[in-house]
Ligand binder design. Structure first.
Ligand SMILES: O=C(O)CCC(=O)C(=O)O
Length: 286
């Protein structure tokens, strides 16, 4: 936890104790619908171009002004600053999409395990663009599990697992104590990078769409020495451990595709270290 936090914040207190906080109101239902429509229009424009579709789903805040505004939304920055302090970078933002009736799931894992960052001044904000329910495959959190810090994982590369390596915790998870992260469209949850979490399949006829925004303090750095591309969204960066990308000047601009391409190439080196090339999939998440 950061020592420059506003005092007596209920968000910071719940987060320190449980490793998460939700629900946090960010968008109205109409705003969430408009963002989903913007994503779906962009997906339609990229249909047939697998690489662009993958980059769009991995870098919406660099390619779509509506998502650039979401990562900078005052209600997001207010909550995030209470957790990691006033200086904030976006390390990544990407969708977790479960198509209607899809078997896609996310195994029990911790986020920070494969990201190659040297600390834990990080928080994920997961914003629901459609309702997150047990039936659509909402996330599940094990309260307090972030206190265990780094726990070993094994890689399964299971085909329906949305994670990059199908990684899963190599220790027993007390699933009975897990809470369901139920969110209406427009609400966000916040979770710690060491929190045990997972999610099940989408058994409904509707899409489940959420965007996971990974916020970090600028003091963090990649242990590999890579200078990843980030968005600087609040306060100051007194460290220079990352290269800053300017906010997008328009929708899916050539320069922003290039930023996304450069960053994904570096991230693959980090996330897939030691993995055979045939196991590297384009559409997986960290
Ligand atoms: O969207 C999901 O189901 C899982 C998301 C997740 O694991 C994460 O944001 O860290």
């Amino acid at each position: 936890m950061n020592d420059r936090l506003p005092a007596a914040s209920p968000i910071a207190a719940a987060y320190a104790r449980d490793g998460y906080f939700f629900p946090h109101d960010v968008l109205s239902a109409a705003e969430a619908r408009a963002m989903l429509a913007d994503l779906e229009a962009a997906e339609a424009e990229c249909a047939g171009d697998r690489m662009r579709l993958s980059l769009l789903r991995s870098y919406p805040s660099q390619l779509l002004p509506s998502f650039a505004a979401l990562v900078r939304h005052p209600r997001m920055i207010d909550a995030v600053s209470r957790i990691i302090g006033p200086d904030v970078l976006v390390w990544s933002s990407g969708f977790f999409i479960k198509e209607p009736g899809s078997k896609s799931f996310v195994s029990w894992h911790q986020d920070l395990n494969y990201w190659g960052l040297d600390g834990d001044d990080e928080v994920t904000a997961w914003v629901a663009l459609t309702p997150a329910t047990l039936e659509t495959g909402c996330m599940r959190f094990v309260p307090g599990s972030h206190h265990k810090k780094d726990v070993p994982h094994v890689d399964s590369f299971a085909p329906d697992n949305l994670l990059s390596r199908g990684q899963e915790l190599a220790v027993e998870v007390d699933e009975a104590s897990a809470v369901n992260v139920l969110l209406r469209a427009g609400e966000a949850s916040f979770h710690h990078g060491h929190l045990f979490h997972a999610s099940g399949p989408n058994t409904t006829p509707a899409r489940r769409v959420g965007v996971a925004i990974r916020y970090i303090a600028p003091s963090m750095k990649q242990t590999s020495g890579h200078k990843l591309l980030v968005s600087h969204v609040a306060g100051e960066d007194r460290y220079g451990h990352f290269e800053h990308m300017p906010a997008p000047a328009g929708r899916m601009q050539a320069a922003d595709w290039e930023y996304a391409r450069r960053n994904v190439a570096m991230k693959k080196e980090i996330l897939y270290r030691g993995v055979k090339p045939e196991l590297v999939k384009v559409n997986r998440r960290a």
